[in-house]
Design a protein around this ligand. Structure first.
Ligand SMILES: N[C@@H](CCC(=O)N[C@@H](CS)C(=O)NCC(=O)O)C(=O)O
Length: 215
């Protein structure tokens, strides 16, 4: 817990979109203050070259802790925060399950983020990938029947990532109680968490999808 002071959190300046949002959600839920640094691309490229020796993965999201350590990339970062802040599974078996959920969120982001570069692929994504991901997570959230979180009554770091990707791919807006009861229950409970409720109330009402021009 001691390293989680003077936190600097770096991600691209793209609102609540992209891989940066899960860690923000978790830090808000935990009530841990952090400097939320949102970079334009040129600023990121400058920083990237500055920190490459210490952080050769050199990609975002990135959390710099008060002890000078770099904690980068969404999966490992979320796991780190989970361990440090008490959002991790307690048994090895459950820890494996939570890691699997986290890994599958990464796949969903990978599919979705392609649309930042190829927005014309949206219909293809919706037809071939979006439903596959929704079905996967509906099943995962039904595995521990007591819910509402993916591990049952205990929230873990993966839940923050799942909420963020459901929002990113605009699943929240059309979530149907009958069709996806497990995800529905999760979202309802998650949004009622005190700090989360306050934080998401501050979200911009409508964010245009990100488009990154390729030359
Ligand atoms: N698997 C990594 C992907 C990391 C990644 O590609 N991040 C992008 C932003 S979402 C990035 O930093 N791009 C700029 C760069 O690599 O310089 C994760 O989940 O965090």
């Amino acid at each position: 817990m001691t390293v989680l002071t003077n936190l600097k959190y770096y991600y691209l300046n793209i609102g609540t979109q992209g891989r940066g949002e899960p860690a923000r959600l978790l830090l808000h839920d935990a009530g841990v203050p952090f400097e939320d640094i949102r970079l334009e691309f040129p600023d990121w490229f400058a920083l990237k070259h500055e920190i490459m020796n210490d952080y050769p993965a050199a990609a975002l999201p990135l959390l710099k802790t008060g002890d000078g350590e770099y904690h980068g990339l969404s999966g490992p970062l979320m796991r780190f925060l989970g361990r440090e802040l008490g959002y991790d599974a307690t048994s090895k078996k459950e820890a494996r399950f939570v890691e699997q959920v986290s890994d599958l969120v990464g796949d969903w982001y990978q599919d979705y983020i392609r649309l930042f570069f190829q927005p014309d692929q949206k219909d293809f994504h919706n037809k071939h990938f979006r439903n596959l991901h929704i079905e996967r997570f509906e099943r995962l959230y039904g595995h521990h029947n007591d819910g509402p979180y993916v591990l049952g009554s205990q929230i873990t770091y993966a839940d923050f990532s799942v909420y963020a990707i459901l929002r990113q791919d605009r699943v929240l807006e059309s979530l149907d109680k009958k069709e996806n009861p497990n995800l529905y229950r999760f979202v309802k409970e998650f949004e009622e968490r005190k700090n989360i409720k306050e934080y998401i109330a501050s979200f911009p009402k409508d964010e245009e999808p990100i488009v990154v021009p390729l030359d």
